[in-house]
Write a protein that binds this ligand. Structure first.
Ligand code: ATP
Ligand code: MG
Length: 454
């Protein structure tokens, strides 16, 4: 009794971080619009509940709906095991190693269903998580209670559970209040949570940018010191996370946020140089702003285009070094492209399947300056013309390529054949004398093969 009294007295200071306290918030208070939940997610929670299981919509979907945003996807959490979940649905399969969970499919929609997990900090978690020598969790498949599940989530605003049956939100960590205050607060001790999973630091930057939230000081403070732990994260996971950040619709803000927190060294080391240079900074701003506008308008964005843009100024710099060493323009460009991609791969694994497109976008750039003879026509017919042209527009916007050149291509591609011929003829006085000395221009000259860039 006395012991309990003393520990209660000491509790708040000695047992930091503070414990969770469940609040069950009714619909009249939280106002989450139930009708905006996907029918698939509703079907999944209903089926689980009918079979006697607890089932909630959790994470980003609850957070985004409270903010009147459209969720990217719907995640469900339950006390049923993966095998029990799979048995209840016709189209369902268990996936994952680090976390085993179930994908339930309805039509072309997929809902991710996971089982309540034990938290690393809780009693159930003790010794149950496999960590490496930096404290990073490499396996985490121990089931737990709903409360422990809330404990292991990253931010309070991501630890909200919505029961579509009762229309109630279960909030263990004050996440609803934090949403109202627009603050991103980490659950537990920030340093420990970042060591367990350094990607949480990148997630903080992404959410702050996407939601226009302020990162709480206790969540920010350890970032500069722990940023180097990102080097221990598998490069493929870093790529996935960076892609989410770039496709969040707020890439420009997110990239500045990364730099402000010192998180970019391990993932996009060239960011400092890029933002330190006036043309580079204008180019990056144009590229990311353009990406954000496309995402916000629901248009597709190509990851290859995005990474081609992020690395372009690095390529130019490397190319300059080769030119200074006496190489010709194209060999210098190709050598630079290989070097930049190889170097980047050490930090963040751009999948090799994107290499071909990235290199094509880069290697098309010098060809936009060569428009006489049949060259402009051939470039127009190139399968990557559109991506190359969009890239040229960004270069012109940043002042690295001539605006006249970009305007010429804008006109050329939308013109009819007669106007196109005129546009090329308009170039002739400058280009023709030099060319005529080498070979006679002829409209029927065989088509040159494009440079090998695959
Ligand atoms: P969005 O889908 O908009 O990117 P989200 O919050 O739904 O955001 P997901 O990656 O879909 O993010 O993860 C779903 C939920 O799982 C999160 O809301 C969070 O509760 C939890 N979660 C995801 N990644 C982590 C992590 N690295 N550490 C702790 N919890 C995590
Ligand atoms: Mg999500």
């Amino acid at each position: 009794m006395i012991k309990r009294f003393i520990s209660r007295l000491l509790g708040s200071t000695a047992r930091a971080p503070r414990k969770s306290r469940l609040q069950r918030i009714p619909a009249s208070e939280h106002g989450l619009p139930r009708e905006r939940i996907s029918p698939c997610a509703l079907k999944v929670t209903e089926t689980l509940q009918q079979h006697g299981h607890a089932a909630f919509i959790v994470g980003g979907a609850v957070r985004d709906l409270l903010l009147d945003k459209t969720p990217k996807d719907f995640d469900v959490v339950t006390d049923a095991t993966p095998e029990q979940i799979r048995a209840l649905f016709r189209r369902a399969h268990i996936i994952g190693r680090r976390f085993r969970l179930v994908h339930v499919l309805c039509g072309n929609e997929t809902v991710e269903v996971s089982t309540f997990r034990a938290s690393a900090a809780g009693e159930q978690g003790e010794g149950a998580h496999v960590t490496d020598d930096t404290g990073r969790i490499v396996r985490d498949n121990v089931f737990g209670t709903q409360e422990s599940d809330a404990e292991r989530r990253d931010f309070t605003v991501n630890a909200l559970y919505y029961d579509p049956g009762k229309e109630e939100i279960w909030d263990y960590r004050g996440g609803v209040q934090d949403i109202r205050n627009k603050v991103l607060r980490i659950i537990g001790d920030a340093g420990t949570r970042y060591r367990e999973d350094p990607v949480r630091m990148l997630r903080a930057a992404r959410f702050a940018a996407k939601l226009d939230f302020h990162i709480d000081e206790t969540a920010r403070a350890p970032m500069p010191e722990l940023a180097e732990l990102l080097a221990n994260v598998p490069p493929s996971r870093l790529f996935d996370e960076m892609l989410k950040l770039m496709l969040s619709g707020h890439a420009l803000r997110a990239v500045h946020q990364l730099r402000a927190e010192g998180l970019h060294y391990g993932v996009l080391p060239m960011l400092d140089k890029l933002l330190g240079d006036e043309t580079g900074s204008r180019f990056l701003t144009a590229a990311l702003h353009n990406t954000d506008l496309r995402i916000q308008a629901g248009k597709p964005v190509s990851p290859a285009f995005l990474f081609a843009a992020l690395l372009w100024h690095e390529v130019l710099e490397r190319q300059r070094a080769h030119l200074d060493a006496g190489e010709n323009e194209m060999p210098a460009l190709f050598a630079a492209m290989e070097e930049v991609l190889d170097k980047q791969r050490e930090a963040l694994a751009i999948p090799r399947r994107l290499d071909g497109t990235i290199k094509e976008i880069w290697s098309l750039q010098p060809r936009f300056a060569q428009r006489t003879g049949g060259r402009a026509w051939r470039l127009l017919a190139h399968p990557r013309f559109r991506a190359g042209y969009d890239f040229l527009l960004l270069r012109a916007e940043s002042g690295e390529a001539a605006q006249d050149l970009a305007d010429w291509w804008t006109q050329f591609q939308s013109a009819d054949d007669a106007l196109r011929a005129n546009l090329i003829a308009g170039l002739a006085p400058a280009a023709a004398p030099r060319r005529r000395r080498r070979r006679k221009p002829s409209a029927n000259r065989p088509v040159e093969s494009p440079p090998a860039h695959d």
